[in-house]
Design a protein around this ligand. Sequence first.
Ligand SMILES: [Zn+2]
Length: 370
Amino acid sequence: MRLCAFAVLLALLAVAGATPAQSPPAARPKTENLILVTLDGMRWQDVFTGADNRMMNKEQGGVADVRLLRQRFWRGEPDARRELLMPFLWQVIGKDGQLFGDPERNARAVVTNGKKFSYPGYSEMLCGKADERIASNDKFPNPNVNVLEFLAGKPAFHGRVAAFSGWDVHPFILNRERSGLFIEAAFEPVTVARSKERLADLQALLEQLPRYWEGFAFDVATFQRAREYFVCKQPRVIYLALGETDEWGHGRRYDCYLEMAHAADAMVRELWQLAQASDQYRGKTSLLITCDHGRGRSEKDWTDHGEKIEGAEEVWMAVLGPDTPPLGVRRDVAATQAMVAATVALLLGEDFRSAVPDAAPPLPGACAGH
Ligand SMILES: [Zn+2]
C-alpha cells in the first residue's frame, strides 16, 4: 500500500511539474489607465445581432425614413448588421477583446437588482452589488461606496479620476458630496478646456442645443466635454455616461436609437485612438463598455424596461486592453452587472473587495490570470 501510494505521489509530482495544477500568481496588470463608458438602456440584442427588423418601420419603431434607415443599418446577416451598427465594437473589441452577455453562447449577463432601471443599475455596476434601498431614480445620495471613489482614495489615483454624464442624477449615484469625485453632468457648466475659446465653444454647444429632455443633455455635448478633459487633464480613470439610446428608446424612435448607438461607438473609438496616440495611455489603458439595464424583447415593449418588463434584466459588457485575453464573444460564462466594479479595480491592479467585501467578483477571465 505504502509503495503504491508513493508511486501515485511520484506520478502526481511529475504531472504537476509538467503542467502546474495551480496557475502561478498573476502578474500585476499592465493597465495604468481605464476608460469606462456606459450606454443607457442599450439592448444586447442590437449589440450582438445589429438592427432588429421588427422595429425598422413606422408602427413599431417610429422610423421617420424607413428606406434610409435600412440603407444605413440593414443587412441580411446578423454579423454584418452588428458590424455596421457598431464597427469599433466588432472590428476592434470583438477581435482583440471580450464581449459578455450573448445568451445564444450560454453567456447571459444580468442585473441582480430586480429593478431594471437606471439608478439601481448604475449603482449595482459601480458599487459592485445590488441594494434594495435604491428603488427610484430620485436624486438622493448613494449610501454605497463606488469603485471610482475607491480608486480616487488611493494616492496614485487621487485627483485623477473624472466622470461625465448626460444625466443630472449621476452626481447622486456617485455621491459627489462624499466621494469628492470630479463630475460634470447634464447642464452643469463646462469648467475644463485647453483654452478660453475652447471652453466658450463647449459651453455654447451645451446651451445652444435644444433641451429636449428634462435633466438630460444630448450625448454630443457630454462627449465633447469629456474628450476635452481627457486630452487636457490626462486622468487615469475617466467615466463617460451616454444616454440618448435610452431616451430615444422611450420615445419609440428606433431610427434615432440606432443612430446614437452608432455615434456612441464612434465616440468610444475616438477616445481609444486618442489614447493610442499618447505616451501616458498607449498599451497601458483598458476600456470597459456596458449598460445600466436592457429593454423589452418584443416589438411592442422594446421601448420599455423596469421590474415588469421581461428581458430588461439582460445586459452586456465589452472589455479591451493589455490585460484582456482576446477571446472575442465569450461562451459558457455567467456574468452579472455587479461584477463591473471589481473588474475596473482589478484591471488597475486594485482589489475593490478589500474595501467592499460583499461586492461581486470580477468578470471571469476579463483580466489575464483571473
Ligand atoms: Zn429608461
